[in-house]
Design a protein around this ligand. Structure first.
Ligand SMILES: [Zn+2]
Length: 306
């Protein structure tokens, strides 16, 4: 019955006002609750701006997401059919865009030592997941090269982020809005950024294959996805997943049906966790399966029909 209700309501939030779609695209219908929230932050700072969140809000959001039964996934989990997500948790992906210094900052200590600022994004996330090991581990940092990623010590910080178990994504070389440049120019933004990663990360660059579109959008009707899918870097696809910012919770089914270049994200500078929980398509919380042979309650059956 619940499922039927979710089917009938599709992507429409069940209570309250519909979410503010500051980036435009209307939600689309899905036929079961397969939504994976992918949320994004930019700057984590006390200085208020349209794209910032405070360290306190980030900590509070993590706690609320944990309490609501979510489990951190990375882009590789989408490729793997979410097999790593425990049976009593439901998936969410957390991303940070642009590579601001307040995402990963060192502070100087007396005696010349450096330590990670406890109020920067990576420290807040690491502290939370150490205290809550069943939250999973790993968030995505989408890095653009229009400024010095993480402000300084870029090579060291990029490697440290990977050592910590997080993921690095490509957010372009110059941060030009993809909705405003023709697809023929996308490669000028995707490939030079990969070369920039290569100079700092060497072989580890082979794992950088997800892309967040600067400006949050790509146009429709001009084969933008096809252009992105066709790009190669050192003999492998340069991009296997593309992330929008469209204020929606994307459907897992649509991702697997070929929409891996239009994965929806919600900007948490404009959104709250309680509002996120109003989306009717997000997977159910903490329903243990009756027997080991049953499908996990939040996994679409057809993915596990073997
Ligand atoms: Zn950006």
């Amino acid at each position: 019955m619940t499922l039927l209700f979710l089917v009938l309501t599709g992507f429409i939030p069940m209570t309250g006002n519909p979410p503010g779609l500051n980036y435009g695209t209307a939600p689309e219908l899905t036929d079961y609750a397969s939504g994976i929230p992918v949320i994004t932050y930019h700057q984590i700072t006390l200085h208020k701006s349209a794209y910032s969140a405070t360290p306190a809000k980030l900590r509070d959001d993590l706690q609320r997401l944990y309490d609501a039964g979510f489990f951190l996934i990375l882009p590789t989990d989408i490729e793997d059919g979410l097999g790593r997500v425990p049976f009593d948790r439901r998936p969410i992906m957390i991303t940070f865009d642009d590579g601001w210094e307040d995402n990963f900052r060192y502070i100087d200590m007396p005696g010349g030592e450096q330590r990670i600022d406890p109020d920067c994004a990576v420290a807040i996330v690491n502290t939370f997941i150490e205290e809550h090991p069943d939250f999973g581990r790993g968030v995505v940092f989408f890095i653009s090269w229009d400024k010095i990623p993480f402000g300084n010590h870029t090579e060291e910080k990029l490697n440290a982020v990977l050592d910590m178990g997080h993921c690095i994504g490509n957010h372009s070389e110059d941060h030009l809005a993809f909705a405003k440049i023709p697809p023929s120019r996308y490669w000028e933004q995707v490939i030079p950024a990969l070369n920039s990663f290569q100079r700092r990360l060497g072989l580890r660059t082979s794992g950088i294959n997800v892309f967040a579109y600067p400006g949050g959008q790509i146009p429709r009707g001009v084969n933008a996805e096809g252009t992105i899918a066709s790009m190669e870097f050192q003999g492998r696809p340069a991009v296997i997943q593309g992330y929008l910012v469209d204020g929606a919770v994307g459907s897992l089914k649509r991702v697997y049906e070929g929409n891996e270049f239009r994965i929806s994200r919600i900007d948490m500078a404009l959104y709250t966790v309680p509002r996120l929980l109003n989306w009717s398509n997000i997977m159910v919380e903490s329903n243990a399966r009756p027997s080991l042979h049953d499908d996990l309650p939040w996994r679409p059956t057809y993915i596990h029909s073997d």
